[in-house]
Design a protein around this ligand. Structure first.
Ligand SMILES: [Zn+2]
Length: 489
């Protein structure tokens, strides 16, 4: 079957719409990146992983994707954090860009095609603000410039909020003496204050407001209209609403054809966010579990749904990855040993790939895609444990075909990218560390057991196996000798 049409949930229409790239075969996607004032936490990591898999999948489907994800390196939070550490704000931001990149590499996130920074986009930001003033939707007030929301008729069309609800107290009366014409107007440019980074502009020294950067960067790298715009759910208002107002207020064109928003990661019932303080840093999580285990955990739920974080969920995800890698190790060993017959294809290996594409094409249904992954692994195990021929010889062509299905799924999900032995050994090392096991003692006990077996002293061999088991070590006798792993609880 040919892969189905891709449909994407568009926040603007509150419905799934067909992915219809402006240029056939090409997709431009802009994802709002991190504000670099501290280490990235798991809530953000989930959003970036979702878009990472979306980009991978689009590429796997043959689209030439241009992926832009920015760094917000000029921002109130950065200035505040820098004041606390005594660093220059730009230097602090640069430090956390490096930390983010180190973490992103560990999580095996794709490098975006462009990762622009606010501090490197100032001329484009100023040009955009000049245009907004000329178009009559922005005004200068002292050294500040504001976007005048009442002058832009489409304001709030994305978030579906009501302007009246945004006006606390509602009356113009309250605006007297304030710098803004309307309390809902938002800053495009902020006059310089002592100790803050600033640049020359037609309105004096200052710095950009938060939202204008994404309008400037997206049009610079993707054009005035592009295909997909992504971010976390919390960005719909005010950030994306304001971005839309700025971009469309300047160009008069639709900013993007589809707005995509990822759901929250919850920790103990509350959204994980730096402002709430209930965060788990990505690098701390990656001390405990493998990157693919964490990716797998993120993918267990649809990207738009809430996902509840717990150590147990993470632990379970890694256990699942262990099962997948153990299966792949067995498959690769069987294939290497050529322990099969070249019979006809058994079953329909392709059907798992069809299920996978059906799920991913339906608004990137990650959980559905993982269920197709589970299906193919169950089939692999079945084929190895109960080969469908009398003499227990494996049906090689089917095994090869299923292995290829895994390879294609792997490419789109960023899972199973390691060599199975390497992954399994790394997992064992983490478990050994966590349990405080003494590897030398384990290996000595295994050698003693093997000696007992060779001497046909089976009671002693069984005793040693039971002793190892009591310490949490499971041993497996394989054609290559005895192997061991740490048993999962
Ligand atoms: Zn943004």
């Amino acid at each position: 079957m040919s892969a189905p049409e891709i449909r994407v949930f568009n926040t603007m229409q509150q419905a799934k719409v067909p992915l219809a790239p402006l240029t056939p075969g090409k997709v431009g996607i802009y994802v709002c990146g991190p504000t670099v004032y501290s280490f990235v936490h798991l809530g953000n990591a989930r959003t970036f992983t979702s878009f990472d898999v979306i980009v991978r999948y689009l590429r796997a489907r043959g689209f030439a994707v241009k992926y832009v994800r920015n760094y917000t390196d000029v921002d109130d939070k950065i200035i505040k954090a820098a004041a606390e550490t005594g660093e220059e704000p730009i230097a602090l931001a640069a430090r956390f860009v490096r930390e983010f990149e180190a973490d992103a590499t560990k999580l095996r996130l794709l490098q975006p095609d462009v990762s622009p920074k606010v501090s490197e986009t100032i001329p484009e930001i100023i040009a955009l603000i000049v245009k907004l003033i000329a178009n009559g939707v922005a005004y200068q007030s002292g050294g500040d410039v504001y976007f005048e929301v009442r002058k832009f008729p489409g304001y709030l069309k994305l978030s579906k909020k009501k302007l009246d609800d945004l006006l606390e107290g509602g009356g113009e009366r309250e605006l007297k003496g304030e710098e803004k014409r309307n309390p809902a107007d938002f800053a495009l440019w902020k006059a310089a204050r002592p100790g803050e980074p600033s640049w020359d502009s037609p309105w004096g020294k200052g710095r950009p407001g938060w939202h204008i950067e994404c309008s400037a960067m997206s049009s610079k790298y993707l054009g005035e209209t592009f295909d997909l715009h992504g971010g976390g759910l919390d960005l719909i208002f005010p950030h994306h609403e304001n971005e839309l107002a700025q971009s469309e207020g300047a160009s008069g064109k639709t900013l993007c054809n589809c707005w995509m928003h990822g759901g929250f990661l919850d920790l103990e019932g509350a959204k994980m966010s730096k402002s709430l303080g209930n965060v788990v840093r990505l690098r701390d999580a990656l001390e405990k579990v493998d990157a693919e285990g964490l990716r797998y955990f993120f993918l267990t739920t649809h990207y738009r749904q809430q996902l509840a974080f717990s150590d147990k969920a993470l632990h379970d995800a890694e256990g699942r990855m262990e099962y997948f890698y153990e299966t792949l190790k067995k498959v690769d060993e069987r294939l290497d040993a050529k322990e099969f017959i070249a019979g006809p294809l058994h079953g329909e290996p392709q059907r798992f790939l069809n299920d996978f594409h059906a799920a991913m094409s339906d608004d990137f249904n990650f959980a559905g895609a993982l269920s197709a992954v589970s299906g193919v692994f169950a089939e692999l195990n079945l084929l190895m444990d109960k080969p469908p021929v009398k003499d227990k010889v494996l049906v090689g062509r089917t095994l090869v075909a299923l292995r290829e299905v895994v390879r294609q799924m792997s490419k789109a999900l960023g899972l199973f990218e390691r060599k199975p032995e390497d992954w399994l050994l790394a997992r064992r090392d983490r478990q050994v560390k966590a349990k405080g096991l003494d590897v030398a003692k384990v290996e000595a006990a295994i050698a003693a057991r093997n000696a007992a077996r060779a001497a046909k002293n089976f009671p002693e061999a069984d005793r040693l196996r039971a002793e190892l088991k009591a310490t949490g070590v499971e041993i497996m006798d394989t054609p290559r000798g005895t192997e061991w792993k740490v048993a999962s609880e």
